[in-house]
Design a protein around this ligand. Structure first.
Ligand code: NAP
Length: 215
């Protein structure tokens, strides 16, 4: 599958590396040609035969899956500027609406960044919350201490959730579907809790959430 990723920062790099490892091709949409070019080069070296194309914001998006790897506010801006283009597509949202000191979320109680994004997009856009509980630095390896990363997935369109779960699995990750988009509220809070635990545990953002089942 060819997947479009908007953004070329830390999360874009990490998720792109998982998708490429899983045998997928990419279209990267970046604002800075140098950063984008460097990322393309690194990704193409990751797996022989990988096809990574680039395009600029505003060009027609061809792919069925569009990953927003941009800050929360930028995602809302893109919903306005690209809205019509995202109608009918699977839109993967990983945003955590952190405040300026990373000590809390700016999202109002009783909603989530993902639900706010969905409300700003055309009704046909299938928003899937995924990857937001994972620290960017753990994605290139795809595991922590030998344990594949859990990718918690929430969305109202089950077939879209399944597509995202398949992409995570292809990339060596462990998809965990947790229900409708309303569950993004807890997933975003989970990330906040994960951040709060880093300093006391001294994990340096190299840890991961893992849901362990019975033997
Ligand atoms: N970092 C983490 O560990 C982590 C973990 C879970 C979730 N997240 C979420 O993942 C998302 C990306 O985070 P990140 O750490 O990858 O951030 P980042 O490294 O700062 O990268 C952000 C990317 O978004 C682009 N961007 C910013 N504003 C934009 C706009 N208005 N229009 C288009 N592109 C724009 C930036 O482009 P320029 O380079 O041109 O500025 C950059 O490519 C955020 O929503 C964050 O909450 C991050």
């Amino acid at each position: 599958m060819n997947i479009t990723i908007i953004g070329t920062g830390n999360m874009a790099r990490g998720i792109a590396s998982r998708f490429v490892s899983g045998g997928h091709d990419l279209t990267l949409v970046g604002r800075n040609p140098e950063t984008t070019g460097a990322l393309v080069k690194d990704l193409e070296q990751l797996r022989a035969g990988t096809k990574v194309t680039t395009q600029t914001l505003g060009e027609t998006i061809q792919d069925e899956v569009v990953v927003l790897a941009v800050p929360y506010g930028a995602g809302l801006e893109l919903a306005q500027s690209l809205g019509g283009q995202l109608d009918g597509k699977i839109v993967v949202d990983m945003a955590n609406a952190l405040n300026s000191t990373f000590s809390g979320l700016v999202t109002e109680p009783g909603t989530s960044a993902a639900e706010t994004l969905a409300a700003a997009l055309p009704r046909g856009a299938k928003v899937v919350k995924a990857f937001n509980t994972i620290f960017a630095g753990t994605l290139p390896a795809g595991n922590v201490a030998g344990q594949p990363l859990d990718v918690f997935i929430a969305g109202d369109d089950e077939s879209a959730n399944e597509v995202v779960a398949g992409l995570a699995k292809d990339g060596g990750l462990n998809p965990v579907k947790v229900g409708g988009l309303v569950r993004a509220r807890e997933l975003e809070a989970m990330l906040m809790l994960g951040i709060a635990a880093q300093q006391p545990l001294g994990y340096g953002f190299n840890s991961a959430w893992r849901l362990v089942g019975p033997a």
